[in-house]
Design a binder for this molecule. Structure first.
Ligand code: HEC
Length: 194
């Protein structure tokens, strides 16, 4: 099959460096206010959400997730943090995050909601095997994940050529898969539950 998915290319889109860092800016807030009820560490997965295991959390980051990258208004996570205390799904249930904590989470979402800084992650050796990737229109290619430059996923095609493709033009599942591949390449391991 021809890799028609890759036409048109948006190779001219410049890379953006993430300024809000998940592990430095966001994870400490979640650890302090949310892990008690949403972590493998505490063996609590209320409503199915855990925030310490990045390989699980990444499944909730995407166009249909509680975190919609680049879009705080669509992100249910921000809604539960900012709706009125006393509402059923206000989080954390009996407290209110400070507005500076909420701003940090918002700027992380605006910066693309990456769990590791994509610009520092590089494939070592062979890297991931080739697999099928689908875009929003349902077109499919077979390629291996190389990296995400902040905006584009870089794929290695069967002929060895590297092709950048806008992350947000992949299918919802493809976007999650690319974000998960990034974590795996970065060497992130699952947090074992108790
Ligand atoms: C004391 C326990 C507790 C803490 C602390 C807590 N949660 Fe929850 N969370 C729950 C429970 C219970 C539910 C499921 C019931 C509900 O929606 O109220 C839930 C549900 C959720 C949901 C799904 C809501 C929905 O609309 O379905 C999200 C998202 C969430 N929590 C995020 C967070 C975040 C982020 C924090 C930290 C800022 C946090 N929670 C802290 C207990 C907690």
């Amino acid at each position: 099959m021809q890799p028609r998915l890759l036409i048109p290319l948006f190779a001219l889109i410049s890379s953006v460096a993430s300024s809000a860092d998940f592990r430095k800016d966001v994870q400490p807030i979640l650890k302090k206010h949310c892990y008690e009820c949403h972590s493998e560490e505490a063996d609590k997965r209320k409503a199915g959400y855990v925030f310490d295991d990045l390989l699980t959390l990444v499944l909730d980051i995407g166009p249909n997730g509680i975190v919609v990258p680049g879009n705080t208004g669509e992100s249910h996570l921000i809604e539960v943090l900012t709706n009125d205390e006393g509402e059923k799904n206000h989080m954390p249930p009996k407290a209110q995050l400070s507005s500076s904590d909420i701003k940090k989470i918002e700027s992380w979402i605006k910066d693309g909601a990456f769990l590791v800084n994509p610009t520092t992650v590089k494939v070592q050796g062979m890297g991931p095997a080739a697999e099928k990737w689908r875009n929003k229109e349902g077109k499919e290619i077979e390629a291996s994940f190389i990296k995400i430059d902040g905006v584009n996923v870089h794929f290695k095609m069967p002929d060895g050529k590297i092709l950048p493709y806008p992350l947000e033009n992949l299918s919802a599942d493809g976007q999650i898969k690319a974000r998960k591949a990034l974590l795996e390449v970065a060497g992130i391991k699952p947090v074992a539950g108790k």
